[in-house]
Design a protein around this ligand. Structure first.
Ligand SMILES: NC(=O)c1ccc[n+]([C@@H]2O[C@H](COP(=O)([O-])OP(=O)(O)OC[C@H]3O[C@@H](n4cnc5c(N)ncnc54)[C@H](O)[C@@H]3O)[C@@H](O)[C@H]2O)c1
Length: 366
């Protein structure tokens, strides 16, 4: 059994080609976004989320998404200038109309309102409608962690996965994420309900790599290692009916409840023909609600859980047991120092975006 994920930098079959510092990535993304009409403060929020994905080794949901996001702006299906609007429903519940702005903005505003409510009332909840792809869910979990809070982060997404027993793309490969402050390491679970996130197939396509045969079926229903054929077919749910049920759950909480598209109605981030109408659902919770001893007691108990998990007896062949989110946290620590690796084709695609709006190419580390 492997103890690494496929986005663990050390497990990548493609050697890092070009290193870019997080600050250069941040500045570059901001310049391309503002060049496409995104207000500067919003560009900063979006860039931070994309850079954090790349730092955490979730390269499928980082800066390489810029060309597809910009194409949506050019085609007029995502509004670069829109500002999400918040309506307070009850003291702990907010509704946000994303106004077809970047998903990062509605989600950031939503989690901000959850945090404010949780600090006063113990819990805060936000529903976001008419939004777009928000990238890696863990950046929203991190927003709550930075405020010392636990969180749940749900979204729906475009059809990619059949329901159990079906053969058509219907549900999204919609991530489920949650977090809790820890002692030495915070807990962050961030997972798609498929065997692998669809972004990993797009990444393999970009990099000319094969995919494992258990990730997807081609359009004829056969297993495939070819990312292009996989994208024409369907993603396979993790754990059979359980993965497909989790995907339905994301649609109930993010789509049906919010008033956004649902039941296969969301448009994908690579489909520049219509507005995406994604929905999200967010909750922030104070970790000291039930314990004598408050947050410190909670963190102490998380420390015990962490030690018990990573210190448990290992299966044969396993070198190390990781806490959820720990692989990504270690990757981020390393990449903050060494830079983020990209391949040549990715840098070229990014530089083309810079040329389109007349801003400088991305700065690479020497
Ligand atoms: N916005 C969207 O519509 C969308 C859609 C799909 C996926 N995504 C994003 O794609 C990313 C990748 O999703 P994924 O399902 O491929 O993630 P993954 O399978 O790489 O990891 C899932 C979870 O398992 C944990 N994990 C992985 N290997 C582990 C190990 N060996 N030991 C202990 N824990 C381990 C990770 O920390 C993580 O919390 C996520 O960030 C997700 O938010 C976004």
């Amino acid at each position: 059994m492997s103890t690494t994920t496929s986005h663990d930098p050390s497990s990548s079959s493609t050697p890092p080609k070009i290193l870019i510092s997080p600050s250069s990535a941040q500045a570059f993304i901001e310049s391309v976004l503002t060049g496409n009409g995104v207000p500067a403060a919003n560009a900063t929020i979006i860039a931070k989320a994309l850079v954090l994905a790349d730092l955490r080794g979730v390269d499928t949901h980082g800066m390489n998404r810029i060309p597809s996001y910009m194409e949506r702006i050019r085609q007029g299906v995502l509004d670069p200038k829109a500002q999400p609007e918040l309506k307070q429903i009850t003291p702990v519940v907010a509704q946000i109309d994303g106004k077809n702005s970047f998903g990062f903005l509605g989600a950031s505003l939503g989690m901000k309102s959850c945090i404010e409510a949780a600090k006063i009332y113990g819990i805060g909840m936000a529903s976001i409608k008419h939004s777009n792809h928000f990238g890696m869910a863990a950046w929203i979990v991190q927003q709550a962690l930075d405020a010392g809070l636990m969180s749940l982060v749900f979204t729906n997404s475009s059809p990619a996965l059949p329901v159990w027993g079906g053969k058509e793309k219907l549900m999204g490969v919609s991530p489920i994420a949650c977090g809790a402050p820890g002692a030495e390491k915070d807990f962050i679970l961030d997972m798609a309900p498929s065997v692998a996130a669809r972004g990993k197939i797009y990444k393999a396509l970009r990099r000319g790599e094969k995919i494992p045969s258990d990730w997807a079926l081609d359009k004829e229903g056969n297993r495939t290692e070819d990312p292009a054929r996989a994208l024409e077919g369907v993603m396979l749910p993790m754990g059979g009916p359980k993965g497909s049920a989790l995907s339905v759950m994301m649609d109930v909480f993010s789509g049906v409840l919010s008033g956004s598209a649902f039941a296969g109605g969301v448009a994908g981030p690579y489909d520049a023909t219509r507005a995406a109408d994604v929905g999200h659902f967010l909750v922030a919770i104070r970790p000291d609600l039930f314990l004598d001893g408050g947050v410190e007691k909670f963190r102490e108990r998380m420390g015990i859980l962490y030690q018990r998990v990573v210190g448990c007896e290992k299966m044969a062949g396993v070198e190390r047991i990781w806490f959820p989110g720990e692989i990504e946290m270690d990757a981020a620590e390393e990449r903050r120092k060494s830079g983020i690796p990209y391949v040549q084709a990715e840098v070229e695609a990014l530089n083309k975006e810079a040329e389109k709006v007349g801003v400088p190419h991305i700065q690479v580390m020497s």
